[in-house]
Design a protein around this ligand. Structure first.
Ligand code: NDP
Length: 498
């Protein structure tokens, strides 16, 4: 029996007047649940619920807000296996990664709960006597969350955790490919006891529900993760309303392998970075830039390793790589494989859609490796699938020039045992994240996450201590207890005898 979900507004699941859509398992084609396409009126109702809840929520002491977040973390932990299996069934990542997706939300809620007892401002000396100066964090108000499908619990977890602890009610528009993960996540938040209206969910398509929300006058901040083209659209909508916007966009992340790299360690990292989540991570290792002295060895081993990966139903613990997330994803990845072939890139392994038997019901593509010319599209454009481009570099400078030649700047990595290269790379790579002797994936929630260039035009840094910046503004407070009018700059000059 396929479950039919509604909208969650003002603390209640409600039926919708909108048409419905199905969510399916990308490995088997099975219909998992159906959801409404939220109408403009329903988005209005969700935004109104969030606006009405704002006053009470911002006035709830932050440590109390933190307790509710901690309770949500406990519930998520209790339901981790169930949720992890739903992530795998709805999105297609292997079950270990499905559990990891949920763990990231648990970690962030636990971390954010602690912020409820920190949320530090500053006290700063005044230039005048009997006067005190300080800064306070203020919540921006109702926020709209628009999220992609590739981390269907983790990304909503990061965004909502930071917004809620800051005192902002949320209206959440999940990807239309993963509404079930979103609904299950919201059920956990509901159980944790957030007051009515503080958490709301409006499933639907980006071009309808997403856009209504981005353009809605009652939303004071949009937190968006997705592709660059959609990000531009959301950026424009936010600019028209002159509101805060956080954009986490695409990536074309590179590992640099220097000639002194530990090749075994490198290979393990490249396999995980390039083919984990079937390459559908914003931080996926999409390029491997290899020093010419190591190039032939690496290329031989890469093909051998990629061919050993077990492709299949991601719910099976033995599977190394599952399907891509949808028919559209499959078409896009196969199109890029075609582009590589047409542009003369050398196909080292893979390159085909898997067919026959259980593969016929899902969107399975072989792990694919191309040796690529640095000016070609496979070297420059985000593919978001199990396709790795390998490039040859003359030396360190050449490798960094290749790494920095793309319009994105999310994650980066260098494999070397030479401290000089490692420390230079930390400075030279144009990316929000640099790993040393680890692949481009593996973010931890207690550190800032985000990119530069077209990945992060708004300098968004989710997670870590910077997460609060996304959902608060700074208020500067001056308290003058001198009992007389004191004039900054003017009286100060007298005080120092000028
Ligand atoms: P999309 O940009 O297609 O969609 C992201 C979200 O935006 C979805 O919820 C989508 O709805 C919604 N949306 C689509 N059109 C609009 C619109 N006009 N107005 C408002 N919302 C809209 O990205 P994908 O979901 O395909 O995710 C893949 C992309 O996300 C990749 O480019 C990847 O690099 C990036 N990404 C970046 C990360 C980062 O932190 N930098 C992390 C993870 C992914 P719908 O589902 O209906 O299309």
């Amino acid at each position: 029996m396929v479950q039919e979900y509604g909208l969650f507004i003002h603390g209640k699941w409600r039926a919708s007047k909108g048409k419905r859509f199905e969510t399916r398992n990308p490995a088997t084609g099975e219909v998992l649940a159906t959801f409404p396409l939220a109408t403009a009126d329903e988005v209005n109702a969700a935004v109104k619920a969030a606006k009405d809840a704002f006053e009470g929520w911002r006035k709830t002491p932050a440590p109390r807000r933190g307790e509710i977040l901690l309770e949500a973390a406990r519930i998520l932990k209790r339901k981790k296996e169930e949720l992890g299996r739903i992530v795998t069934s709805e999105m297609g990542k292997v079950i270990a990664e499905g559990r990891g997706d949920v763990q990231e939300a648990i970690d962030f809620y636990t971390y954010a709960a602690g912020e409820g007892r920190r949320m530090f401002g500053e006290t700063v000396p005044s230039e005048l006597p009997n006067k005190m100066c300080m800064t306070l964090r203020m919540p921006v108000g109702p926020v709209g969350l628009i999220t992609p499908w590739n981390f269907p619990v983790a990304i909503p977890g990061w965004k909502s955790g930071a917004a809620l602890i800051a005192g902002c009610p949320i209206v959440f528009k999940p990807s239309s490919l993963t509404p079930l993960c979103a609904a299950k996540f919201v059920e956990c938040l509901d159980e944790a006891g957030f007051p009515p209206g503080v958490v709301n969910i409006v499933p639907g398509y980006g071009t309808t529900a997403g856009q209504y929300m981005a353009e809605h006058p009652g939303i004071n901040k949009i937190a968006f993760t997705g592709g660059v083209d959609t990000g531009k659209h959301v950026y424009e909508s936010a600019a028209k309303k002159m509101i805060k916007v956080g954009l986490e966009l695409g990536g074309k992340n590179a590992i640099i392998a220097m000639d002194d790299a530990n090749v075994e360690l490198l290979m393990d990292g490249v396999m995980f970075g390039a083919f984990g989540t079937a390459g559908q991570r914003c931080t996926a290792t999409s390029r491997l830039i290899v020093h010419e002295k190591l190039y032939d060895q690496v290329v031989d081993e890469l093909a051998e390793r990629a061919e050993k990966l077990r492709i299949g139903n991601p719910i099976d613990e033995k599977t190394d790589m599952g399907p891509v997330a949808s028919a559209d994803q499959e078409a896009k990845v196969l199109e890029y494989i075609g582009i590589g072939k047409r542009e003369g890139d050398q196909l080292l392994t893979g390159g085909k859609k898997l067919a026959g038997g259980p593969y016929d019901r899902g969107f399975f593509i072989q792990p694919t490796v191309f040796a690529v010319n640095r000016k070609k599209r496979l070297a420059l454009e985000e593919i978001f699938g199990p396709v790795l481009s390998v490039l040859k570099a003359k030396d360190y400078e050449d490798a960094v020039a290749i790494a920095n030649s793309v319009r994105y700047g999310l994650s980066s990595s260098i494999y070397t045992n030479d401290l000089r290269w490692a420390f230079r790379a930390m400075q030279d790579l144009e990316a929000g994240i640099t790993y040393v002797n680890a692949p481009t994936i593996g973010a931890e929630v207690q550190l800032p996450f985000g990119g530069t260039k077209e990945t992060g035009p708004t300098d968004t840094r989710e997670a870590g201590t910077t997460a609060l910046e996304e959902f608060t503004y700074w208020k500067t407070v001056y308290v003058d207890y001198s009992g007389r009018l004191q004039k900054a700059q003017i009286d100060t000059a007298k005080l120092v005898g000028e």
